[in-house]
Design a protein around this ligand. Sequence first.
Ligand code: PEP
Length: 249
Amino acid sequence: MKKIVIANLKMNQNIDESKTYFTKMVANFNGDKCDLIICPPYTSLSIAKFITQNSSIRLGAQNVCDEEFGAYTGEISAQMLKKAGADYVILGHSDRRNKFKESDKLINKKIKTSLKNGLKCILCVGESLADKNTGKTYDVIRKQLEEDLRGLYENELESVIIAYEPIWAIGTGNNASVKDIENSAKLIRKVIFDNFSEKASRDIQVIYGGSLNQKNYQALLYCTGIDGGLFGACSLDPKVFLEILNSVK
Ligand code: PEP
């Protein structure tokens, strides 16, 4: 199976910058190496769709409204994202959980709305440094997964990728160790086993994110139980990112 690589561009790139970025990505990405999903800001989705239309690059959004339409000023619906070119949406990112106070209940609703409208979900879970230091990693991840995935049918998990993203590793330069990642992947699969089935726990796609870079990706993307990686800062420079993408096996 090819590795899944996801780029979270966060609140970076205006349309002109995205035009340059996606043009370079399409010209230089070797689609045989990995499955690539790039998540630009909403405003760049349409131009990114146009530029990537004949490539294997897939697009994702970084958020979605939990409601489908109506008087929700400033929000964007799942159907709008789909029409703009997104096949995926990142949900439960710690930026949204912490800075925008998104609860597991809201994330659960966003997942259901996304799946209903044909968007696949990249669900981020992970513990804070305080949780890690007090031995709460297991409880935190279990609670997030159980609440975020509550009420889903097992077959819907085929459209969900779980990203283990410890908060202390995101944007800090302190990546998790192979041992941390393998333990968390095992735990994620155990929660899926307990709440769905043995098959689901085997089949669910689990990736790692948090300060991935040129120096550590070789070790971290190949941890046992890990199907790929979610890159933030490192994905912003096409030259650096392409070097990684084109050497993933
Ligand atoms: C992220 O924000 O999801 C992320 C993985 O960021 P970084 O790679 O910069 O730590």
